[in-house]
Design a protein around this ligand. Structure first.
Ligand SMILES: [Zn+2]
Length: 234
């Protein structure tokens, strides 16, 4: 085998290693996304519950305001009742007083009811807060592992790229440029040996005179079938 070809094969080997590292790095993304999704479910439920309780708390304030208003009505009716001068007026004033007292009771029941719902919602919120803490602490280890994996792969990647650069120095520039152009397109194995009369990647036959030139000079020829760079084997 021509020394340029074997030097190029060494570069290709390094490149395939880098591609494998890139794939490993990319495979971390869905793992992180799965963690985010799991946490996000609880976090958004908590957000919704907090907004809901805020709305309900404002309804409690409204209900308490109504109780105050109705109590004032009771006081006014009471004073009116105390100042009547005839039995007929007394009957009417009593009826008025009873009615305002019922209004107070009703608004108190309302407020109690809404307050009860607020209390329930606060329990739900406390539950969700607990769940979020649980999810986060359960995920802490997974996130740590993920992060350590990423750092390890990136370290390997830096070393692999340095090694590749060193290996590539043994390959003549034009040959390396030709290879890189095809490699970027294929993002995988690019240099293949001839197998018999054909490209070993796709089995397309290579014309006799081109095969003769490859054997004589160590030149690489592009396969017309698949774009692989072919070299004459042993
Ligand atoms: Zn081919």
């Amino acid at each position: 085998m021509h020394p340029d070809v074997s030097a190029l094969l060494a570069v290709q080997n390094d490149d395939l290693g880098i591609y494998a590292l890139e794939a490993r790095l990319a495979s971390l993304a869905p793992r992180l996304a799965a963690l985010e999704k799991e946490r996000g479910k609880v976090a958004s439920a908590l957000e919704r519950a907090r907004k809901a309780v805020e709305a309900e708390e404002s309804r409690v304030r409204d209900a308490r305001g109504r109780i105050d208003t109705h109590r004032q009505l009771v006081e006014r009716s009471q004073r009116q009742y105390e100042s009547v001068t005839s039995p007929r007026e007394a009957t009417a004033a009593m009826a008025q007083l009873e009615q305002t007292k019922r209004m107070v009771e009703e608004s108190e029941r309302d407020a109690t009811h809404i307050q009860g719902r607020v209390n329930e919602m606060r329990h739900e919120i406390a539950d969700l807060e607990k769940q979020l803490v649980e999810v986060e602490s359960r995920q802490a280890e997974a996130r740590g592992t993920l992060d350590a994996d990423r750092v390890a792969i990136e370290t390997e990647m830096t070393a692999a790229r340095q090694k590749r650069d060193a290996t590539a120095r043994a390959v003549p520039r034009p040959l390396l440029a030709k290879y890189d152009k095809m490699r970027v397109r294929r993002h995988g194995t690019t240099v293949f040996p001839l197998r018999g009369l054909s490209c070993s990647a796709c089995d397309t036959a290579v014309p006799t005179q081109r095969r003769a030139a490859m054997a004589a000079t160590g030149a690489l020829e592009m396969c017309e079938g698949c774009g692989a760079l072919l070299y004459a084997g042993e």
